[in-house]
Design a protein around this ligand. Structure first.
Ligand code: XIL
Length: 371
């Protein structure tokens, strides 16, 4: 009996030792500083939910930046190189044989496809980053320019892209509820757009029709910012209903750019997602970032530990909303790999710092429940 007791005690002690050893190992692993190379890829974490995307620029090709992109993301959008001011002839062509500048875009699209990534086209019709000659002339001329540009460019990338942002940022800001009441949307458009000035509101529908003809398999998105605004999202909603009633499934998706800041209320984002989901279209979070410092101008103050924590908490809250609506969301694309090269670098809006260290925001995205 005594012998048995000794054996049991010995086993218990060994078990306890083993237990504490495992615990220690586990906590050491948990606290080991994670890097972009060791952290679980974001694209794996969300593989059953939605695609995870980021932007690509020529500087990324063949560098550590491309390794970060391919590890964590499965979808790429060109930050600038597929916009009309990069692709269209810089000056008005003298004949119908337009000389496009596809070299940079092709390099990026092909590199992404070789890396087995998906590519989104951004963007065909926009008031910005577009050579002015394209929108100069009579209504007939400008419409012909737009249709030719879309036909040639979407035709060039045919079957390589999962989606096109066919029209970008057509609506203006500051819409009131009376602007959007009664299903009206044409009076909510951005009137300084060269396309709008020459063609009128119908340029949007014509652009989507031309995109459908040129590359029927690329999903056709309408893309805009501030779509968590109840009025702006209502205007977009009204447009999608009106156009899709006349042409079934012409607009297939809505891209919510999602350039947020520390003051954004995630409930407003949820409300817009639910509104768009009720249209039966896909939703992409297409250009996400969260500004977290501004030196004071937007009341966010200097970059600090406290801002960093607030930013992480907001990323977590946003991802909790996205996960809850995963059946409607096809993709979440961030607008920037790291704070150093972000278009809003002074606002520290991305998941990685300028040296590619993982910020609290990164961990918030990997596990929103912890925040
Ligand atoms: C931005 C790019 O990030 C900048 O490099 C460029 O100077 C301006 O455009 N909405 C869009 C994107 O649809 O194309 C914009 O990208 C950011 C806002």
């Amino acid at each position: 009996m005594k012998k048995l007791n000794i054996v049991v005690c010995a086993l218990l002690v060994l078990g306890a030792c083993d237990f504490s050893f495992n615990e220690r190992k586990k906590s050491e692993v948990e606290h080991e500083p994670q890097t972009w190379e060791t952290a679980r890829p974001l694209q794996d974490i969300y593989k059953n939910d939605f695609l995870m995307g980021n932007i690509i620029s020529p500087r990324d090709l063949g560098t550590v930046r491309f390794a970060i992109l391919t590890r964590h993301y499965n979808t790429l959008t060109a930050e600038n190189q597929m916009k009309p001011d990069h692709i269209a002839p810089a000056a008005k062509p003298s004949n119908t044989n337009w000389e496009y500048r596809f070299t940079e875009a092709d390099r990026m699209v092909n590199a992404a496809i070789e890396a087995k990534m998906k590519v989104v086209g951004h963007t065909l019709v926009w008031h910005s980053q577009t050579p002015s000659w394209l929108t100069e002339g009579t209504k007939q001329t400008v419409l012909a320019n737009m249709e030719k540009y879309i036909g040639d460019v979407a035709g060039h990338f045919k079957d390589k892209l999962i989606a096109w942002d066919v029209v970008n940022e057509a609506f203006r800001d500051g819409l009131t509820s009376s602007d959007v009441s009664g299903g009206k949307w044409e009076n909510c458009l951005r009137t300084e757009s060269g396309w709008y000035k020459a063609i009128g509101p119908e340029y949007i529908e014509k652009a989507f029709l031309a995109a459908r003809t040129a590359d029927p398999n690329a999903k056709r998105y309408y893309n805009d910012y501030n779509l968590n605004s109840p009025t702006k999202s209502q205007a977009v909603y009204n447009m999608v209903i009106d156009i899709n009633v006349r042409h079934s499934n012409l607009i297939e998706g809505i891209g919510m750019q999602s350039h947020h800041h520390l003051g954004t209320d995630p409930q407003t984002v949820r409300d817009s997602i639910q509104k768009f989901a009720s249209l039966g279209v896909e939703i992409a979070i297409s250009e996400m970032d969260i500004m977290a410092a501004d030196g004071g101008a937007l009341n966010m103050g200097q970059w600090s530990d406290s801002n960093s924590k607030r930013q992480a908490a907001l990323y977590a809250a946003m991802f909790a909303v996205f996960k809850a609506h995963k059946s409607n969301i096809t993709r979440v694309t961030f607008w920037g790999l790291d704070d150093g090269t972000s278009w809003r670098a002074t606002n520290y809006p991305t998941l990685l710092d300028k040296d590619y260290n993982l910020k609290p925001a990164f961990f918030a995205v990997t596990d929103p429940n912890l925040f």
